[in-house]
Design a protein around this ligand. Sequence first.
Ligand SMILES: [Zn+2]
Length: 513
Amino acid sequence: MRHFPHARGVTLLPALGAAILILGRLAAAHAAHRAAPLAIAAQPAGRPEPRGDTYDLVIRNGRVMDPESRLDQTGTNVGVLDGRIAVVTREPIHGRHEIDAAGLVVAPGFIDMVSYDPNPVGVWNKIADGVTTNLTLHGGTTDPPVWYGYYGRHPPPVNFGASFFYSVARNELNIPLTAAATDKQILTLTERADRALREGALAVSFSLEYVPGIRREEIVPLMRLAHRYHVPVFFHARYSTMEGPGTNLEALREIIDGCRETGAAAEIEHITSTGGTFSMPQSVAMLEAARTSGLDITADAYPYTYWATYLDSERFAPGWQRRFRITFHDLQIAGSTERLTAESFARYRHEHRIAAAFAIPQADVTRAMETPWIMIASDGILGPTHNNHPRASGTFTRTLSVYVRELKVLSLMDALAKMTIQPARRMEQSSVEFRRKGRLSVGADADIVIFDPARVADRATVEHPEVPAVGMAWVIVNGTVVKTPAGLERTEHPGRPLRGDPAERARLAQNPS
Ligand SMILES: [Zn+2]
């Protein structure tokens, strides 16, 4: 929404572990001899790999769930080697470190596409929520080398990547939010986007509601460019209610028409708050028809019946009460229990505060959760001042606790798919690295969550958006444990950059499909 931006112990296999620690991989040949013969047929996901007792990490006896293959199998072991998943098997395996996952689900780490820069405070709440990849695709950068350079020098615990953010590019040219860009400015902006996509940006992102001056003439050239570079275009759509002027359906029509005209793929961000509020059945039907006609359009949502944004944003332009069917009292200042009045609204507006707006019908959220191509994404990351919506800390665990466990709106497997394989597929044309994300199978990056499906839950509230989720027993990023049942491993920063490959992009640009 913002426009800018139980423990089960680790077992160190005593004698064997020590020997392997000393001998390292040299022990592999001997170990293979010592290990019992392993049946290839017992390996459920992927090709057989050489095995032994030399895995870096073994997750033992878990309920392994892989939304790509739909594998859902208890009593299964996962072996990790060099940051990748090396084996998934029911045969006994051993590693230097072992996690007993009996009674727990072992699944791919979650990919949060609609997030913001991975600041050192918010990333740890992401980890507690099961997020192993945090993408700045609502927002982003105009200068990928600088952005990736910074996070490369200050790596977060999560994997990271960013889009080319059109709003900032426009600001850099001093174009007022409500003014149209000139033809010359459009040319400059398109060139900047072209450079950013060659330099590794994963997508192009627009926040149309917040920058109402953006016209079709500005959007279409960038959508063409995105199509040429095989990256999706992320939209915070132009309108967010069913009151004119401008409705959800008009906002979706604009995006659908753009996709049809340019061939670009599009992601509609947080459709429950922008593009679908009060109109979810019609909005879903309209997008469904566009998808059936061959357009590559997907959407995402967070599992809350309230949105939040800055009080001084365009969203609170005069008439917001009518548009959102709410009053001052339906607004609550983030980090407090305070509901607003006309007087306090005016005051907080000047303080650039975020307010939660209790304005999303439950039926709209439920409908979004039921829709197979609507994924889970947070639209938030906690910052140092905690001035945020609880979605920053609880989006993924709340989906599992409320929409899977309590309301039974979707199965655990379907929910996991919306958090893992579906976002990975959304992004895998941007970067081949996503072909190793969102999967729990041999060859995939070892981004793994291990949790109790009966206990996992969000704890963050509007008053306390900073309270971390519970129930994610273990979180592993690129093979490194960043959370144990005892807490966060704050000294670990195994996150890696995810960016488009310029050479691959150039090849694609020369041979457009
Ligand atoms: Zn937004």
